[in-house]
Design a protein around this ligand. Structure first.
Ligand code: PLP
Length: 429
C-alpha cells in the first residue's frame, strides 16, 4: 500500500483539463450541482437521457433486478431480462429485424455492425468485400474500427497509422447549396456520390455504407432531403452493399419515431446500431439489431467472433426494459414529435432576433441551430470567435445546458444542439 502517494486534487481525467461543478441529483428535465444551482438539461446529457432523470419506475425495476443478481455470464446462464429486452426491442423494430446483440455503448454498437457485416461477407463467399464507406462529417465512435469510419479528421489524425483508410463521401449538407436544383434533386445528387464511390473503389471490394439517418453532434442534426434515403437503399441493393444505420443518437424515440429511419420506410437499413436513449443513462447499454438473414450465415459458419464481457448483463437489460416500458406508458415518442415541432418553431422564431442563426433543423427533439456570419450566404463565423463554445458557456451560466460543436471536415461551421428529454412539456419548452 502506498496510501496517499499518488493523490492529486483529482485523480480522474477526461478529454481535457477543464472542470465543471460536481453533480448532486437530477429529476425530470432538471439537474442540480452540489452548490444548489439548477440547470435545465437541454441536451439530455449527451443526447442520452431520453426518458428524463430519476424515473421512479426504472429505478424500482433496477432495484428488483439488483436484489436478484447484477451479473451472470452468458456462457454460464441465460437471463430473462436480456431475453425480454431483445423481444421488446424487436417488437419496436421494422419487419425483419429479429436478432439483437447487446453491447454497452455506441462505439461498441457501430463496431459490432461493421464486424458482423464483414463476417457475413466472408460466410457468404464475398471475402473480397471489406471497405466501409461513410460520410464526412460524421461520428460513429472512438474505438479504432468506429473511428476509421468517422468523418472527423482531427479526431482520427494521430491514430491513422493504426487504422485502415476507409472511403468517405460528403454528408448531404443540401441546406448549404446555392445551386438551381430542387431539394429532391440535391438529395439524389448526394446519394449518387455513394454510387460513384462504390464504382471508384470497385464494387466487389465494398462491404457496407454507414450513415446517421439524422445526424448528431458532427453535423448538427443534419436531415437529408427525402429523396436521399430511398436512393441510397437502391444503390446499396444494386451493388450488394450492406446499409448500416447508426441510430446511437437518433434512435430510441428521439426524433419522434422509435428509429429516425422510420421516417423513411423506403430507405430501410440492413443493420441498426442503438445506444444512448436505449439505456437513457440508467445503465450503459447499446445494441446491434439485425435480420436473421444476416446473422444465420455467420452463426452457421462457426459463430460471431466478437463480444464484450458486460454485454446483455441482467442489470443493464432490466434498466433498458423498464426504459422502453416508460417510453410507451408516457407516450414519450409522440411527445417528442409534438414538442419537437413546438421547439423547432420557437428556435426558428429566434432567427428574427438573432441574425447569426442561419439554419434550424432536425427531427423531433433532435434539433440544432447553425450559427453563421451571414444567413444569406451561410458563411461560417470565424473559428477564432469560438462562437459555439461561448454560446454554451453563456447558456450554462444562465442555467441551461445545450451541446455544441464546430464541425470540421467537409465544411466548417458552428452549431448548437437543443435536445431535451422527451418528457419535456410545452411550458418547459
Ligand atoms: N454514433 C453516434 C451517432 C454517436 O452520436 C455516438 C456518440 O456520441 C457514438 C456513435 C459513440 O457512442 P459512445 O460514445 O457511447 O461510444
Amino acid at each position: 500500500m502506498h496510501a496517499g502517494s499518488n493523490r492529486r486534487a483529482s485523480n480522474l481525467f477526461y478529454q481535457s483539463g477543464s472542470r465543471r461543478p460536481p453533480v448532486d441529483r437530477a429529476e425530470g428535465i432538471y439537474i442540480w450541482a452540489q452548490d444548489g444551482r439548477r440547470w435545465i438539461d437541454g441536451s439530455s446529457g449527451a443526447m442520452v437521457v431520453n426518458i428524463g432523470h430519476g424515473n421512479r419506475n426504472v429505478l424500482d425495476a433496477m432495484k428488483r433486478q439488483m436484489e436478484r443478481t447484477t451479473f451472470a455470464y452468458r456462457l454460464h446462464f441465460e437471463n430473462d431480462a436480456a431475453e425480454d429486452l431483445a423481444t421488446r426491442l424487436c417488437d419496436l423494430m421494422p419487419p425483419g429485424f429479429d436478432r439483437v446483440f447487446f453491447v454497452s455503448g455506441g462505439s461498441e454498437a457501430t463496431e459490432s455492425c461493421i464486424k458482423l457485416a464483414r463476417q457475413y461477407a466472408v460466410a457468404t463467399g464475398q471475402a473480397g468485400r471489406y471497405k466501409v464507406i461513410s460520410r464526412f462529417p460524421s461520428y460513429h465512435g472512438c474505438t479504432l474500427g468506429a473511428l476509421a469510419v468517422t468523418g472527423y479528421a482531427a479526431l482520427a489524425a494521430p491514430f491513422s497509422p493504426l487504422m485502415a483508410a476507409m472511403p468517405k463521401i460528403p454528408a448531404p449538407t443540401a441546406y448549404l447549396d446555392r445551386d438551381d436544383l430542387t431539394p429532391a434533386g440535391r438529395g439524389l445528387r448526394y446519394a449518387d456520390m455513394l454510387e460513384a464511390a462504390i464504382k471508384a473503389e470497385g464494387p466487389e471490394t465494398v462491404l457496407a455504407f454507414i450513415m446517421e439517418p439524422v445526424g448528431g453532434a458532427s453535423t448538427g442534426a443534419l436531415v437529408a432531403p427525402d429523396s436521399y434515403y430511398p436512393r441510397v437503399r437502391e444503390i446499396c441493393d444494386r451493388y450488394g452493399v450492406l446499409l448500416i444505420h447508426d441510430e446511437v443518437m437518433s434512435g430510441a424515440g428521439r426524433t419522434g419515431k422509435f428509429l429516425a429511419g422510420d421516417h423513411w420506410p423506403d430507405g430501410r437499413p440492413d443493420l441498426v446500431a442503438l445506444s444512448k436513449g436505449l439505456g437513457s443513462g440508467y445503465c450503459p447499454l447499446g445494441a446491434m439489431v439485425a435480420p436473421d438473414r444476416i446473422v444465420a450465415p455467420v452463426l452457421a459458419a462457426g459463430g460471431f467472433l466478437h463480444g464484450f464481457t458486460y454485454a446483455g448483463n441482467p442489470l443493464a437489460s432490466a434498466a433498458g426494459l423498464a426504459v422502453l416500458d416508460e417510453m410507451e406508458r408516457g407516450d414519450m415518442i409522440g411527445n417528442a414529435a409534438r414538442m419537437g415541432a413546438v421547439l423547432a418553431a420557437r428556435l426558428e422564431g429566434l432567427k428574427a432576433r438573432f441574425p447569426f442563426i442561419g439554419d434550424v433543423r432536425g427531427k423531433g427533439l433532435l434539433l440544432a441551430a447553425e450559427l453563421v456570419a451571414d444567413p444569406g450566404t451561410m458563411e461560417p463565423l470565424p473559428a477564432r470567435l469560438n462562437a459555439y463554445q461561448r454560446l454554451v458557456d453563456i447558456a450554462y451560466d444562465k442555467g441551461l445546458i445545450i451541446y455544441s460543436r464546430r464541425t470540421r471536415g467537409g465544411y466548417e461551421g458552428d452549431h448548437v444542439l437543443v435536445c431535451p428529454p422527451l418528457i419535456i412539456t410545452e411550458a418547459q419548452v
